[in-house]
Write a protein that binds this ligand. Structure first.
Ligand code: XIL
Length: 469
């Protein structure tokens, strides 16, 4: 793509033409730079237009200069990556990872198990539990495996909670839930972790910014996270999409409360899809005060983000109002940091102001140095420690397990200490436990099905999914 505008040219344009918006910051001072100093990731999507080479050159110029984390708007979703059964298309995703590598951007993967944007062929297996489990496992294993070490964090499950006043799992219009039941979520996390043990794994949803009243979506998710953590289901983060409107003034404080609730569970909260839209009808009539109000809300979200130590990523669902799903699909408009001419809006200045008001020395980062300053080989993903100490495969003794009939055989155990064997169902419930196991054990009490077996001997641990027949 030919670049017709340099960044300084854009800044100049902003200063000259910006009768409406004046960008108060010098061209060499970027969100990205201030985010990095604070050990945080601030970013936006690559719109589908970017993947199709159908976007203005300013887009990429601003994108890579201002941000340090990136997400594909649609190109890593199920229908894009597995359009035909077991035939994968990684072309567009690879294009993004290459771009991220070249520009030192962290990559979020979005999204593995979601009821929406599932390839049509999956519906051929409606209601067939074993087949759907196999389909989802194959999808997650191959997609996450393809980008192992290159994608820092996955939205493993997206939007699985319904919109009822008393929140529960989304039980209709979801091929996964209807065919498999809630265990599809637990399984998805286990498979994703097996495919890339260093990746952060998130549960992502909308309306989590509506507070923690009993029965709310946010409370329901916190309860599930408690259960997942208690049962060693490898979740490390929650994503609050946060598609809001200008009138939603209480939402930043609700996000703060959610961050605090998750901090107690040693789980990170990321803002994953922020936009703060105006009603579509107001387009053309928006005043300076309206844009200032939008800026104020952006600032409050950024303040919360920087002040809560278990928040790591702040991702906006779009860069410019010229390309946003709000206009096409949401009856909203102008929710982003840059206007349709790529000029920074007051919201941009507010984000910068918040960053400056929170000096690097006062902002805690949830990430270890191996993630903040990764070697070149894994710039876009994680090759080192993931932040929340997942149950890792420290299997220096090369433990392995296999079944013969109903006998579980373990090889590789050190001879002197006995091992502990735990078996969990795919909901993460402990269904079998035995201490002092020497090299084999009879498992007769468990019905047929898929399970996760965990063998522990001292610091050595093997976690493996097994089918009991
Ligand atoms: C949206 C995209 O922006 C659109 O281009 C697409 O047509 C529909 O999906 N929650 C999510 C995102 O998790 O994947 C959605 O993205 C927006 C809502």
């Amino acid at each position: 793509m030919k670049k017709i505008h340099s960044l300084s040219r854009i800044a100049l344009d902003a200063a000259i033409i910006g009768a409406g918006f004046m960008n108060a910051y010098a061209a060499d001072e970027t969100i990205r730079e201030l985010a990095k100093e604070r050990g945080r990731f601030i970013g936006t999507i690559l719109n589908s237009e970017w993947f199709n080479d159908a976007i203005e050159p300013e887009f990429e110029e601003i994108h890579k200069t201002q941000f340090n984390v990136v997400v594909a708007e649609n190109e890593m979703k199920f229908d894009a990556t597995e359009p035909k059964e077991d035939e994968f298309n990684f072309e567009k995703g690879d294009k993004m990872v290459k771009y991220a590598q070249a520009n030192g951007l962290r990559v979020r993967g979005h999204a593995l198990a979601w009821h929406s944007q599932v390839a049509n062929w999956v519906n051929n297996y409606k209601g067939q539990k074993e087949k759907l489990l196999a389909v989802l496992k194959n999808h997650i294993t191959k997609v996450v495996g393809h980008w192992k070490g290159q994608i820092a964090e996955w939205d493993v499950v997206n939007e699985a909670v319904n919109d009822d006043y008393n929140a529960d799992w989304r039980s209709t219009n979801s091929v996964w839930y209807e065919g498999i039941g809630a265990e599809f979520l637990d399984s998805a996390f286990v498979w994703a972790h097996a495919a890339d043990p260093d990746a952060e794994l998130c549960y992502n949803d909308y309306s989590l910014e509506w507070g923690l009243r009993e029965g709310s979506k946010a409370s329901f998710v916190v309860e599930q996270v408690k259960r997942w953590k208690a049962n060693n289901i490898p979740i490390t983060c929650v994503g609050t999409q946060t598609h809001i409107e200008i009138a939603h003034e209480t939402t930043p404080q609700n996000v703060r409360a959610l961050a605090k609730a998750l901090a107690e569970l040693n789980v990170t909260l990321n803002i994953t899809e922020l936009d703060i839209g105006f009603p579509k009808g107001s387009a053309g009539n928006l005043t300076k005060a309206d844009y200032a109000k939008q800026g104020h809300l952006y600032r409050q979200f950024m303040d919360v983000f920087l002040e809560e130590p278990n928040m790591g990523e702040f991702v906006i669902w779009g860069l410019t109002d010229a390309h946003s799903w709000l206009d096409d699909q949401q009856g909203k408009t102008e929710g982003l940091l840059y206007d349709k001419q790529y000029k920074p809006k007051p919201a941009y200045d507010s984000v910068m102001a918040s960053l400056k008001a929170h000096p690097a020395s006062e902002v805690k980062s949830p990430y270890p140095d191996s993630i903040l300053n990764p070697p070149d080989s894994c710039k876009t993903g994680n090759c080192g420690d993931s932040i929340n100490a997942l149950p890792r495969f420290n299997n220096k003794q090369n433990l392995s397990v296999h079944f013969a009939g109903r006998t579980l055989y373990i090889t590789g155990l050190a001879s002197k200490t006995a091992a502990k064997v735990d078996i969990f169902d795919m909901q993460g419930h402990l269904v079998f436990s035995a201490k002092d196991v020497k090299d084999n054990i009879e498992i007769s009490s468990i019905p047929e099905g898929l399970y996760v077996v965990q063998i522990r001997q001292g610091v050595t641990r093997l976690t493996k999914q097994i089918a009991i027949k």
